[in-house]
Design a protein around this ligand. Structure first.
Ligand code: HEM
Length: 156
């Protein structure tokens, strides 16, 4: 049984730390997705356009960029609302969580995404302990809503 993390209200200082890091890496959407598939290649088969293809052959395609951008856009919208509007965050993630439930994406796959993303952050931002804790709290909140949706209980 995979545990659902709690929803945490970030302080304004924490939100700022996350926003500053995000501003720094938000143009690296392709690299974030690449790093996920490189670390956890089993997930590539969930994407119709990428099934059976070599990661280095798809990484420069418009489909890859398009998908990477969709993920980054949603992250950006959530991050913009940290410590400001948790109702909006819940709405955004409920919507995404439900669509991923319908696709049959597992909690395990999401945990792999989280692990790859945190590695990416540590490697590319190398932030302070406070910064990393702020990201952990932000991702806990995001995953609280995702996992509830995968369980069929959207968060309001
Ligand atoms: C927190 C992490 C993630 C975010 C923010 C995210 C976000 C998105 C967004 C915004 C879309 C496009 C809108 C939609 O149709 O839902 C999408 C599509 C999709 N996502 Fe995710 N996603 C995440 C993790 C994952 C994981 C872990 C998987 C599975 C390995 C996955 C598989 C897919 C698939 C298969 C699509 C449809 C792609 C297509 O157009 O064919 N996502 N995701």
């Amino acid at each position: 049984m995979v545990k659902t993390p709690p929803f945490k209200e970030l302080t304004e200082e924490q939100a700022k730390l996350v926003q500053t890091d995000w501003d720094y890496i938000k143009t690296q959407a392709n690299e974030i997705l690449y790093n996920f598939f490189e670390k956890f290649p089993g997930n590539q088969k969930q994407f119709k356009a990428f099934i059976g293809k070599d990661l280095d052959d798809i990484k420069d395609t418009p489909e890859f960029a398009d998908h990477a951008e969709k993920i980054a856009t949603l992250f950006g919208q959530v991050i913009e609302n940290l410590a400001k509007d948790s109702t909006k965050i819940k709405e955004l993630i409920n919507d995404m969580g439900l669509r991923h439930k319908d696709r049959g994406i597992s909690k395990f796959a999401f945990l792999e995404f989280r692990e790859a993303f945190m590695d990416f952050l540590r490697f590319n931002v190398g932030g302070s302990l406070d910064g990393m804790q702020a990201w952990t709290d932000a991702l806990d909140s995001i995953y609280h809503v995702i996992f509830n949706n995968l369980d069929g209980t959207p968060v309001h």
